[in-house]
Design a protein around this ligand. Sequence first.
Ligand SMILES: [Zn+2]
Length: 235
Amino acid sequence: MSRTVLALSPHLDDAAFSAGGLLARLAAGGDRVILATVFTGNVARPTGFALACQLDKGLAPDADYMALRRAEDEAACAALGAEPLHLPHLEAPHRGYEDAPSLFGGVRTEDREEAAVAETLRSAFGGERIDLLLLPRGIGGHVDHEVVRRAGGVLDAKRRLYWTDWPYADREAPKAPFAAEDGRLLSETVTLTPREADAKLAACLAYETQLGFQFGGAEALRERLAGIQSETYLA
Ligand SMILES: [Zn+2]
C-alpha cells in the first residue's frame, strides 16, 4: 500500500530547497507526496515592507506576486513528483512584521497565526492518514517557519521528520538542535542519488522569482547545490 507523505512548507520554495531530494525519492518509490505550502495568500495592493519584498525581486508593483510563485511551485512539484497544495495564509510582512530584522526576531505575542494555521491544518488533513510528516526545524529563526513548525503539532502522523532549513543553515553557525527540548535528538542523513539531486535541482530552479534574491541567480544556485549531496533531518 502506498504511503502518504505530507511536507508542510512555510513559503513557496522551502520544502524543495531543504527536502527536495527526499521528497523526490519518496515520490519515485510510489508514495503519495503532498507538498502543502502555508503562506501563499494574496494581498491585492501590498504596501510598505510587503511591497518592498515584491519590488526587491524585480517585480512591478501591480504584479500578482503570489500567482507567479504558485505557478513556480506547480512546476517544482512536477519535478519532484509531488502534489502541490496552497494554503491561503498571509506571510509575516502582511501580519505587522515591518522590516527584515523583525522577520527573524521571534513570533510576537499579538501574532495569532499559529492557531489559525493549526485550524487550517486540522480541517485540511485531520481525517487523513499521514505516514510521514515533514516540517521545518526553523533554523534561521524566520517567524513563518516557527509558526509552521509549531502548528504542525496538531496533526497526527506515524512519523515526523524536521528538515534543515536551507539556505538558512549555511548562514548560521551550528547550535544545539531545538529537538533537545523534548528529548529527541535523532538525526538522519539522506544521501542523494544523482537522479534525486537532479530532481531537487530542477525543482529549486523552478522558483525563478526567488533565485536572484536568495542565491544571486540560477547559476549560483546550481553551484551551491552541486556541493550538497545529502539532507539532514531531525526525528
Ligand atoms: Zn521560508
